[in-house]
Design a protein around this ligand. Structure first.
Ligand code: PGA
Length: 248
């Protein structure tokens, strides 16, 4: 089973209209690597403009509500993302889990809403530092997978991102052996639950990925790509990661 490499930029709460040129440069450079799927997830406010300025490219949201519409001031529903031109959405990022109190059940509901709206999903999991240090990282992450991954979906439209919280934005990265062990454990859990369909689900690594470490991290067993924060904001930093994925 060959899974296409997938490199996704998460711009978080960064980017004004003046950043759209950077997105165009990233997508243009990605055209040189047709074997890699590339997506950018800008803030909600840029989705429509980015999708319009980069037709046919994968633009996504960073979160969505679990309801399709309603009295939820400040929230954005999955059908709204699709309507704005998004083709994917990230759910369950640790900055949502930790900062906004999102639990596995909430994230599962968001993933289901996104799939129902026709979006692809990247569902994030990952352990805090204390859990890693106490040796419980794999059990912790597998419990997140069990609790937040929906029961049925098209595996081509579903990816998991393993992002150890202590590696996000810190410059710290796990060893390649630890990444491979975690991804292998996630794949095993998916296989138990979904059988052969698990082979089509891409598992991305995220947390301080950059142009220097991408080849090593993305070359680890069961790593199908990267979810990139800081290094996705400019073409200069992001394109080398895409190129590294293309070289694997
Ligand atoms: P980082 O963020 O690449 O800046 O560490 C990754 C993420 O939070 O998705």
């Amino acid at each position: 089973m060959t899974r296409r490499k997938y490199v996704v930029g998460n711009w978080k709460m960064n980017g004004l209209k003046s950043a759209l040129g950077e997105a165009r440069s990233i997508f243009a450079a990605a055209d040189a690597h047709p074997g890699v799927d590339v997506a950018l997830c800008p803030p909600f406010t840029l989705i429509g403009a980015m999708a319009a300025t980069a037709p046919g490219k994968a633009v996504g949201g960073q979160d969505c509500h679990s309801a399709a519409s309603g009295a939820f001031t400040g929230s954005v529903a999955a059908p709204m993302l699709a309507d704005a031109g998004a083709s994917l959405v990230i759910v369950g990022h640790s900055e949502r889990r930790e900062g906004f109190g999102e639990r596995d059940a909430d994230i599962r509901a968001k993933a289901q809403a996104a799939l129902a709206a026709g979006l692809s999903v990247i569902l994030c999991v990952g352990e805090p530092q204390g859990v890693r240090e106490s040796g419980g990282a794999i059990a912790y992450v597998l419990a997140q997978v069990e609790g937040s991954v929906p029961d049925s979906f098209d595996p081509q439209r579903f990816a998991i991102a393993y992002e150890p919280i202590w590696a996000i934005g810190t410059g710290l990265v796990p060893t390649v052996a630890d990444v491979a062990a975690m991804h292998g454990a996630i794949r095993g859990a998916l296989r138990e639950r979904f059988g052969d369909a698990a082979e089509s689900i891409r598992i991305l690594y995220g947390g301080s990925v950059n142009g220097d470490n991408a080849a090593e991290l993305l070359g680890a067993g069961d790593v199908d790509g990267a979810l990139v924060g800081g290094a996705s904001l400019t073409a200069a930093k992001f394109v080398p990661i895409i190129a590294a994925a293309a070289g694997l």
